[in-house]
Design a protein around this ligand. Structure first.
Ligand code: IPD
Ligand code: CA
Ligand code: CA
Length: 258
């Protein structure tokens, strides 16, 4: 059964990726959800494609997709979908964005698929079965200390108005690591932890569809995912700290500084 779920998620992610690539770099119809929070035609078209493929294959499952929200909430299985993670990048023609699809069973993520159409990279994980990039097994990095680690983070859409804007953590980490990247796609950040390209990642105020797939991919690649105190992570929680495991305690310490 899980193999069918995975096959369908991959098909949906690849087809959505074709749509995103086709519209990339063209003038888009853009609507503002907030002052700096956008939604483009491509988000909507990608989501329609993914939802239609999943609904056709598994009509009894629930679906939580970013742009349409949750329609029902009683099935054993729930799909969590970000049809375009990295909308700001996409709208500016910056080629870093992804499709993220996860499957939750009774509250737990059992499948994650993240597709980066620009690099044609598909990251997948099934709970208990390891993590893969284009069908090759991946592992987190072996970096042992924060001072030689490459980190990633992001900033929420309320950065201009909220005092919890992540700038304190950003300045604490920039002085203690080898560098920080703000690539603009939480799903890709997590997959880059899983594949050893980043060593650590933290972010606040993300939504379940941003982290559901990527957090499983990190765990299945041997990494650790918690909140900022080191407590178990839930994709419904407000904070995420993901790392190769080896620098996790150092990161928790830095996140405790005011
Ligand atoms: C955003 C990206 C970004 C993160 C934002 C997210 P979106 O998702 O993942 O990296 O910093 O907080 O909301 O809006 O492009 O799907
Ligand atoms: Ca997102
Ligand atoms: Ca999105």
């Amino acid at each position: 059964m899980i193999a069918n779920f995975k096959q369908t998620a991959i098909k949906a992610a690849l087809e959505a990726g074709v749509i995103l690539k086709k519209h990339f770099g063209r003038t888009l119809n853009i609507r503002h959800k907030g002052e700096i929070d956008l939604v483009t035609e491509a988000d909507l078209k990608s989501e329609q494609k993914i939802v239609s493929i999943i609904k056709k294959a598994f009509p009894e499952h629930d679906i939580l997709a970013e742009e349409r929200g949750l329609q029902d909430n009683q099935a054993e299985y729930k799909w969590l979908i970000d049809p375009l993670d990295g909308t700001t990048n996409y709208a500016h023609g910056f080629p870093v964005f992804a499709v993220s699809i996860a499957l939750e069973r009774k509250g737990e993520i059992i499948l994650g698929v993240v597709y980066d159409p620009m690099r044609d990279e598909i990251f997948t994980a099934i709970k208990g079965k390891g993590a893969y990039l284009n069908n090759k097994k991946i592992n987190v990095s072996a970096t042992k200390s924060l001072s030689v680690s490459l980190l990633a983070t992001g900033f929420a859409y309320d950065v201009r108005v909220s005092p919890e804007n992540n700038l304190n953590h950003f300045s604490n980490f920039i002085l203690r690591s080898q560098g920080i990247r703000r690539a603009g796609s939480a799903a890709i950040d997590l997959c880059y932890i899983a594949s050893g390209r980043f060593d650590g990642y933290w972010e606040m105020k993300l939504k379940p569809w941003d982290t559901a797939a990527g957090s499983l991919i990190v765990k299945e690649a041997g990494g650790r995912v918690t909140d900022f105190q080191g407590q178990p992570f839930s994709h419904y929680s407000k904070e995420i700290l993901a790392s190769n495991g080896k620098i996790h305690r150092e990161m928790i310490k830095v996140l405790s500084y005011k």
